[in-house]
Design a protein around this ligand. Sequence first.
Ligand code: AIR
Length: 210
Amino acid sequence: MSKSNLINNSTKNKSGDHPELKEPVSLKKSVSPIVGIIMGSDSDLPIMKEAARVLNEFEISYEVKIVSAHRTPVEMVEYSQTAQSRGIKVIISGAGGSAHLPGMVASMTSIPVIGVPINNSTNPLNGIDSLYSIIQMPPGIPVATVAINGAKNAGILACSILSISQPYLQRKMNQFKEKMKEDLKLKNAKLEEVGLDKYLKGLQKAQSRR
Ligand code: AIR
């Protein structure tokens, strides 16, 4: 994947980075998306937005679309067949219930597809049906399946795939992992300092604020 393909209108700075990648890309202004976030219904958005959140954090341009394998199959075909020529490098696809979208999209493009099985209030089987539908692909048509409602990990995986050819993103990915380690160290230090009971109270307070 060449850098010029990845980022349109690129002007590199001295370190070889693409400065425009550093600008957070809002959904409306994203004229050259490189990640497609698609989902079967707007009812999947509350979960799928976590993928968008990660891409915002990594300053990667993306588009969000509702495309249903069952309700709008023609649009699904068109989306899959035009994604590559429009510059999309990774597709994150979420679906609930009988979740055919990620697999069908993967069957029509060679762009990597990350599948997110959705469990929302409309799914009486707690997302297990979606998980099985997405993960159990026939040999030859892989879908990189994350956990049920694992949209955040789907976003991180998309960044990781894109970072292969982007030193700037690779650095960001390393920083992201370092920060997780540091956060955990801080938690251990606090746990030792305040003790289990006080730590748990703080945890419950923080959780109730979410
Ligand atoms: N869905 C939509 N078209 C095909 C499928 N499998 C899924 C959506 C959503 C669920 O059906 O991804 O998770 C329920 O959709 P809705 O629109 O009724 O809320």
